[in-house]
Design a protein around this ligand. Sequence first.
Ligand code: NAD
Length: 494
Amino acid sequence: MTQSTLSREETKQTLPNWISGKATFSQSEHTLPVLSPHNGEVIAHVPLSNLEEVDYAIREARAAQKSWADTPVKERVQVMYRFKQILENKIDTLANIIHIENGKTIDEAKAGIQKGIECVEYAASLPQISGGESLNVSRGVECKMFRRPLGVVAGITPFNFPVMVPLWMIPLAISLGNAFILKPSEQTPLASIELAKDLKEAGLPEGVFSVIHGDKAIVEALCDHPHVKAVGFVGSTPVAKQVYARTTHLGKRARCMGGAKNHLTVVPDADPEMASSNIVASVTGCAGQRCMAASVLIAVGDVDHIIQKVYEKMQQVIPGRNMGPVISQRAKDRICGYLNRCEQGGARLILDGRETSSEGSEHGFYIGPSIIDHASPGHESILDEVFGPVLTIIRVDTLEEAITIENNSPYGNAAAIYTCSGRVADTYRQRVNAGMVGINIGVPVPREPFSFGGWNLSRFGDGDITGASAIEFWSQPQKVTTKWESRHRENWMS
Ligand code: NAD
């Protein structure tokens, strides 16, 4: 894997916010270093913006939103057509930024951008899929539904997909006539400014999109601000829960996606080659830092031949070569902590990634793939979101037991089964407790127009973060009932 570097000048820079269509440096004296996961070096500094700057960004956004909302939707989405083209043209540059700040491989970074581009396409199709409705509801009386924007809205995003997750929200929210304020993760803040520049190049009017850097204080300020009408959040479950409570307590909309603990189930009739490759990809892709990543494998009956293949293929995943580092030393320590306690508790660690480092990047946050076998259902590595390349295997005798274990998880983002039987797959699908289900697919991310969203502790608020229900979230329906003639006396509404 190539390790990209930034120039000395770039590493010294404190990143700007993006307000009113331009890079705007924060007056705050407080910054955080952004560390390269590849080698631990400082690659930039992110400002912890102050509350006056939040207020200023919202004022500018409000001013811009009024004329943006008056722009016909067919004109608004022209920005999205151009934005899509720009993203496609500079996918290499963007992927490299993600690679540098997040640690993903270039291919993983590109895949995330491509999924984001799909959300841009979906937003561009708004006039076709959400043009409003009208019906003759009674003689001489017509009802129409107009979809109106909310005003200024905000999105708060995690470190693990610096482009894709913002693009789950930005294109739709903006195309619906809102002004959008993004608070990106302070661990991966670089790509957000690129998105701002790209939107400007695509013709988005100044102030309709802003970026404000910071941490908890900025998130709280956005939730609390009377002129922020809705908050979309993607991140860990405890924070999703807090942001949801804080925002909805004020009578505002919030849709908050949380963490995950995804269970895969493999039964003896599964295709060994397909299942094993897919399980390994699900565990190790993005170094296990995906809310859709496999975390628990429930092995039903005699599937040793498949587990053996998983073990062999997992050994071919080499940190620094075909798998990136995790985001921080803290994340690495947390993951190793699970493995340490697991070993002390007597579980079988059949593949141990703790001692791994990547040649030439000894100070990077690398950790190799790990497998814990014969874990008991109550084990912490079964219950908690580990968020690293760790697979915990539970052995059971029946599909019934497997479904019970999966159903007991308080999360509900994704679940998958490996089988060649349609009947088994369908039983599993009907009884599993997750919003996104894979049949022989370990990362069952729905492609647009199918929407993305989990259940239970993986989501606070109703509806999904993309797709049709996101159109509902970022807009409000206005119903207009009209009568122009008085002659229709038989109408009970008159
Ligand atoms: P995180 O919750 O630590 O941070 C997410 C955002 O919240 C960041 O912008 C951060 O600055 C902010 N934040 C952090 N602590 C806060 C606090 N106390 N109050 C207010 N704001 C706060 O998440 P992360 O570590 O950046 O991302 C990984 C997590 O995101 C994992 O749990 C993963 O499963 C989850 N995730 C979920 C989805 C999904 O769709 N369900 C998608 C991607 C990631």
